[in-house]
Design a protein around this ligand. Sequence first.
Ligand code: UGA
Ligand code: MN
Length: 289
Amino acid sequence: MIFPTTFLHLILLVESFLLFLCVRRLRDTGDFLLREQKLQLKASSTQKTSTDFAIPMIYVVTPTYTRPTQLPDLTRLANTLRLVPRIHWIVAEDRNTTTKPVADLLAASKLRFTHLAAERPHELIGKVIGRGVFNRRAALDWIRTYAEPSGVIYFADDDNSYDVRIFEEIRQTRVVAVFPVGLVLKFGISSPIVRQGTVIGFFDAFLGGRKFAMDMAGFSVSVKHLNSKPLATFPAAVSWLEEGFMRSLEVEKDDLEPKAESCTRVWVWHTRTEKAAEPKLQHLQGFHC
Ligand code: UGA
Ligand code: MN
């Protein structure tokens, strides 16, 4: 049977139209699936933020002072903190005003932060006895005024090294939590001694009559507990900062909460950055480009 050409053209036209409808349907289905996927992604990121709010904020207090290694030390710490959720970094400079290089570093870090500076009394400027005392006190004042009561405080010196796992231990602090610190003095470690889940003493190369022979990096305190002790503070006394602060928190040894797998893990180290020379313009003399 032979179809007239017009009829064949008609069939071709109908088929083309059907094909057009199919392509359009495919495109619409693709668009729909993409939109659905985007909505789901959005929902899961909102969900993440809302679970984030369910965990306590960690107020990381870092005293710091101007020196050639300050920015690299703070950069390293910022990079660590960026890996941890719900961190509020309180960087407190040991001087009368905040500095621009530190402010720029904080802004670039994208972390939630507060930048403070605290002046030492005139007679303590340049002395060992005032090191990191007044700036840590300024951070305590800020916390008492602004911190979320469900939060936790940790004193993180700028030159230490932190395994991110330590922050999840710290986050569980109810009153005062304690854990080992590596590379402290000649024993190479400072640690609470734990028996049947209770702290019964301290292993530290410097006992010196201390009731709480700990390093600054070896404990955390809940905001609620700090707020219940309005007189708690750091004494201006060499080698007595941790002891003085712990005593002022009015806790006993058996109140301390051992963390880091019952104090069997080292997830923070008291590393120290080697002193470095300061670049000066006079160093350029004799160099020609
Ligand atoms: C020793 C102890 O091991 C720490 O537990 C204690 O925090 C510290 O002393 C202290 O004196 O506060 P060390 O490594 O000798 O640690 O001290 P640094 O790292 O030089 O200073 C500790 C923190 O205080 C650092 O974050 C540092 O930037 C800051 N700091 C230091 C100041 O804010 N002002 C200063 O004049 C010196
Ligand atoms: Mn240090």
